[in-house]
Design a protein around this ligand. Structure first.
Ligand code: XLS
Ligand code: NI
Ligand code: NI
Length: 436
């Protein structure tokens, strides 16, 4: 049975096409910088927003028309949803998908029951993966929806909650491994605080590190070879999240000796909530050799929360691809659309329009970024700007051959520093515009 009966397989038709159900720029086999678009972009569909999003908001009821959903969160429904998901992803031509344990399977009355249900669904996912060749980019555990996680999971003040969360991650790791998942994500759902008066921050952070360490030990013991990823977010649901931004996460990883264990999964709307641009966050992560994957979406300039919209802004995708190309791709990570259609876009086909738009926006960003790199415009500008470091005094400082005393001697002799050159920000912005 077809759940999207009027949608054909989405094909690449080129920039002139007016067909809303076709790619204008994403041409999976087109080669850029020696790799196919498919392998460079590694697009992934997220199970939670795309197959579980209902359109509820704090003021209103669900709006999404999803004829395959029943009123209860039944196991039969979860099985049927696997068919829906794979029909969608196959027609879209998405090579990867991602999930939380509780997106794919309902929670049972006990841990044992929940684990059994998860196994049932995982078997079906595995069959569908085999049939279609679609792969699991990453798995994760939902450690934030259930009321037990009201005070957090790994950072809960209740040790039993830490224990329950550990069991959930243990199982999620096993399922991810069973499905050949290439990464495993930790997003600190409620790992943070609302009131610092009642919070032992140091103890909570120690526990969070211990949790990841224990997860790593278990992952190794079951032969899971995937990459661990931490996803920064500054706030929401808690007032202050411990994984605030890329720099905060890197500090945490370094402090607890976890740099070898985890890379980062950077999400656009989280970057902007932290007061950074996506390109800033990607650069911080990439500089630390810790840019593992991205959650592609966008926020709304006028709203101060995580709206998780589909990315359509070519400036944004170009900036992302500049950083991603500079580090030669994201593999084993990818570009996961952690994005949801608007509450007003309630028809099933809107899911296609949204993903096609996001994929095309990134494909365009990729082509533009590759051209900018080919012409070397930015690299030449940046290289020229720092040329005083390539010889003379700059070179000696970089080589650690100078002390403050030496520099004083140098400057006393010279009398004053050399003149500065203009940063030419506007000219550079104009050059970037020429490529768009
Ligand atoms: C929420 C996060 C979440 C993670 C996975 O804001 O983006 O969806 O990606 O737990
Ligand atoms: Ni995310
Ligand atoms: Ni988000």
């Amino acid at each position: 049975m077809a759940y999207f009966p009027d949608v054909p397989k989405i094909e690449y038709e080129g920039p002139k096409s007016k067909n809303p159900l076709a790619f204008k720029h994403y041409n999976p086999t087109e080669v850029i910088e020696g790799k196919s678009m498919r392998d460079l972009l590694r697009f992934s569909v997220c199970y939670w927003h795309t197959f579980r999003g209902t359109g509820v908001d704090p003021f209103g009821a669900p709006t999404m028309q999803r004829p395959w959903e029943d009123a209860q969160d039944s196991v039969d429904n979860a099985l049927r949803r696997v068919d829906v998901a794979f029909e969608f992803m196959e027609k879209l031509g998405a090579p990867f998908y991602c999930f939380h344990d509780r997106d794919i399977a309902p929670e049972g009355a006990t841990l044992a029951e929940s684990n059994d249900i998860l196994d049932t669904i995982a078997d079906k996912l595995k069959e569908e993966q085999k049939r279609t060749g679609i792969k699991l980019l990453w798995g994760t555990a939902n450690l934030f929806s259930h009321p037990r996680y009201v005070h957090g999971a790994a950072t809960s003040c209740n040790a039993d909650v830490f224990a329950f969360a550990a069991c959930q991650v243990k199982k999620a790791l096993e399922v991810t491994n069973y499905l050949g998942g290439q990464n495993y994500v930790f997003w600190g759902g409620r790992e943070g605080y609302h009131s610092i008066y009642n919070t032992d921050m140091r103890r909570e952070l120690d526990h969070m590190a211990k949790f990841i360490q224990m997860a790593k030990t278990h992952a190794r013991s079951i032969g899971f070879k995937g990459q661990f990823l931490i996803e920064p977010k500054p706030k929401e649901p808690t007032k202050h999240q411990y994984d605030f931004d890329a720099a905060t996460c890197l500090n945490f990883l370094r402090q607890y000796g976890l740099m070898e264990t985890c890379k980062l999964n950077i999400e656009t709307n989280h970057a902007t909530l932290a007061g950074h641009s996506m390109m800033h966050e990607l650069t911080v992560a990439s500089n630390a050799q810790a840019l593992g994957s991205i959650d592609a979406n966008t926020g709304d300039l006028l709203l101060g929360w995580d709206t998780d919209q589909f990315p359509t802004d070519i400036y944004l995708t170009t900036q992302c691809m500049l950083v991603i190309l500079a580090q030669k791709g994201l593999s084993p990570g990818g570009i996961n659309f952690d994005a949801k259609v608007r509450r007003e876009s309630f028809e099933p086909n809107d899911l296609f329009y949204a993903h096609i738009g996001g994929m095309d926006a990134f494909a365009r960003g990729l082509k533009i970024a590759a051209q900018i790199r080919k012409d070397g415009v930015l690299t030449d500008i940046v290289k020229g700007r720092y040329s005083s470091w390539d010889s003379g005094i700059g070179r000696k400082i970089e080589k650690s051959q100078m002390t403050f005393k030496d520099l004083e001697e140098y400057m006393l002799k010279k009398g004053n520093s050399a003149a500065n050159h203009s940063g030419r920000q506007e000219m550079i912005e104009n050059i970037i515009n020429d490529y768009l």
